[in-house]
Design a protein around this ligand. Structure first.
Ligand code: DQA
Length: 146
């Protein structure tokens, strides 16, 4: 079962970036944790990170026919990108949204998630464990549809 995992802008700066909110783990350490979890869950996960909206849209479009599902942390694009929402809707792959922080407890401008409107579920505030939970959920969902 192949899953595409997408991380949006500034997540490449994990560790350095607002550690009180996002933790001290680097992006490379997060990817190691994701790959370790994928192995344990017997999933094949390809990870992609970009700071560019168009590159994220291209990755979502290219996922069609290649991946069974998408896990996405669109970062700040969560709250602004109708284009990423439309891309997720266009390919119609089962998708799960992840946020490291508890966005629902943060600023008012983070209370809207456009991208979440195309996702089966949103997991927030669990740090790196949220990605593992998203993988577990997506696997279960895909198996139930098979
Ligand atoms: C984030 C939350 C977003 O509001 C923020 O813009 C991010 C990271 C998170 O993982 O908690 O860049 O998606």
């Amino acid at each position: 079962m192949k899953i595409l995992l997408i991380n949006g802008p500034n997540l490449n700066l994990l560790g350095l970036r607002e550690p009180d909110i996002y933790g001290r783990q680097s992006y490379a350490q997060l990817i190691d944790y994701i790959q370790q979890s994928a192995q344990e869950l017997e999933l094949e996960v390809d990870c992609f990170q970009s700071n560019h909206e168009g590159a994220i849209i291209d990755a979502i479009q290219a996922a069609y026919g290649k991946y069974a599902g998408i896990i996405i942390n669109p970062a700040a694009y969560t709250h602004s990108s109708i284009a990423i929402l439309d891309a997720l809707k266009a390919v119609a792959l089962p998708a799960v949204e992840v946020h490291l922080s508890a966005v629902e407890q943060r600023e008012a401008f983070r209370q809207v998630s456009y991208t979440g409107m195309a996702c089966l579920k949103t997991i927030s505030g669990q740090g790196a464990k949220g990605y593992r939970e998203a993988m577990r959920f997506l696997k279960q969902h895909l198996q139930s549809q098979a």
